[in-house]
Write a protein that binds this ligand. Structure first.
Ligand SMILES: Cc1ncc(COP(=O)(O)O)c(C=O)c1O
Length: 411
């Protein structure tokens, strides 16, 4: 086996989960998914597709109808994107891997903003790249970008910048000004940007103006429905808002989070036109195509986005606003409300290794959290709590368990 694969670290999140899976007395918040099942209308579309016998291979880049639907959806949130720039992938994680396979050679210099979901730094390492990280800086529980440090790290030798915002695990969201500064810098150094924007709709702040959608929508049309949706729910700043199609920019997306479709394994890429054929070839050699019935389900999801996503986001916001004040009131906890995503990332004073702490919380308190050092060494001492809970009372119970356990330690 290749050295790079030998050297891959096993997932610390899995290590904690493996210690507690199968125990029904554990309240589990370790993985990044809701415990709510995919909406009925989406499941029904897949069932109907299967009933029609759609069980065959499909086009490498996805069903034309789905690529069109994704392009329409994207163009309502951002400047117009043509369907020819969309590639449908088997999950957001596959979208990311395809982009990395397409862009990174062994030995290339890659910069990643951390803490981040570990897959994003593992993927270029699998390709044999040298991954350097630039850490966000925690201030009163809120993580912020050190823009001068990021600029200094990206040189003409840097092939790729990987940035995930809204960020898993910290909830950090890039501002438009930060995106513009990073794009300008990467244009100057000739560096590609891989922007992981899978959480763009799980955004709890006002949507940055101007919203193209409202300006362009014909009254009564599909756009107006999405306009209403955006009035109550947001869309985080995106590199798509400020770039041109020929920029060295690849944006990855997923149906997992905003449509409650984690198990379906469906995502997409927004690509510069010159990369589309290459990605089509790579899809052939990785997965060949996404299954047709999941793509039909995704079309239904996009047709019903105005009913689904605002409800998902409103519920997540309620979950965040239930959990974070309770957590903040626990002695020794430092936490700030996430601007986007589905995680509370918090520091617990007085404990060293996050992995050890997370394992003890499972064993001794029946509370399943992800260790901060799974996302970056600098997040040692932090824990990630996925607050996407159908029943917010589970979050309340979880904090009670944490409090009870901490009280025992103090004795
Ligand atoms: C930052 C980030 N990017 C991408 C993904 C991939 O999601 P999926 O493969 O389920 O589409 C995840 C999943 O947790 C994530 O947290």
């Amino acid at each position: 086996m290749r050295e790079a694969i030998h050297n891959l670290e096993a997932s610390k999140i899995r290590e904690v989960a493996n210690a507690g899976m199968g125990r029904d007395d554990v309240l589990a918040f370790w993985f990044g998914e809701s415990d709510e099942v995919t909406p009925e209308v989406i499941r029904q579309a897949a069932i109907e597709s299967l009933q029609r016998g759609e069980t065959f291979y499909a086009h490498n880049l996805g069903l034309p109808e789905l690529r069109e639907a994704i392009a329409r959806y994207t163009s309502r949130l951002h400047p117009v994107v043509d369907a020819s720039r969309i590639a449908v992938t088997s999950g957001g994680v596959s979208a990311l891997m395809l982009a990395v396979q397409a862009l990174v050679d062994a030995g290339d210099d890659v910069v990643a903003v951390t803490p981040v979901w570990p897959n994003l730094t593992a993927q270029p390492a699998i390709m044999g790249a040298q991954v350097r990280t630039v850490s966000l800086v925690p201030m009163n529980g809120q993580w912020t970008l050190d823009l001068p440090a990021l600029r200094a790290a990206i040189t003409p030798k840097t092939k790729l910048l990987i940035v995930n915002a809204p960020n898993n695990p910290t909830g950090w969201t890039m501002t438009r000004d930060e995106q513009q500064a990073v794009l300008d810098h990467c244009r100057a150094t000739g560096t590609w940007i891989l922007a992981d924007e899978v959480y763009e709709r799980l955004y709890f702040e006002p949507t940055p103006a101007p919203s193209r959608l409202k300006a362009d929508s014909p009254p009564g049309g599909e756009g107006e429905a999405l306009g209403r949706e955006l009035d109550s729910n947001g869309c985080a700043p995106s590199f798509l808002d400020i770039s041109t199609p020929d920029d060295r920019l690849v944006v990855t997306h997923s149906f997992s989070k905003s449509f409650l479709m984690t198990g379906w394994r469906l995502g997409w890429l927004v690509l510069p036109p010159a990369m589309v054929d290459g990605i089509g070839k790579l899809i052939e050699f990785n997965t060949s195509c996404a299954s047709v019935f999941t793509q039909r389900a995704a079309i239904a999801a996009l047709e019903h986005t105005a009913d689904i996503t605002p409800r998902v986001v409103a519920h997540l916001k309620h979950c965040r606003d239930t959990l974070v004040p309770l957590l903040a009131a626990v002695p020794g906890v430092q936490v700030a409300p996430a601007k986007g995503g589905m995680y509370a990332f918090f520091r617990l004073e007085g404990f060293g290794d996050s992995l050890e702490l997370a394992k003890r919380l499972v064993a001794e308190a029946g509370l399943g959290l992800a260790p901060g050092n799974a996302f970056a060494p600098e997040a040692q001492g932090w824990l990630r709590w996925c607050f996407a809970s159908k029943d917010p009372q589970r979050l309340v119970q979880g904090v009670e368990r944490l409090r009870g356990w901490l009280a025992q330690q103090a004795r």
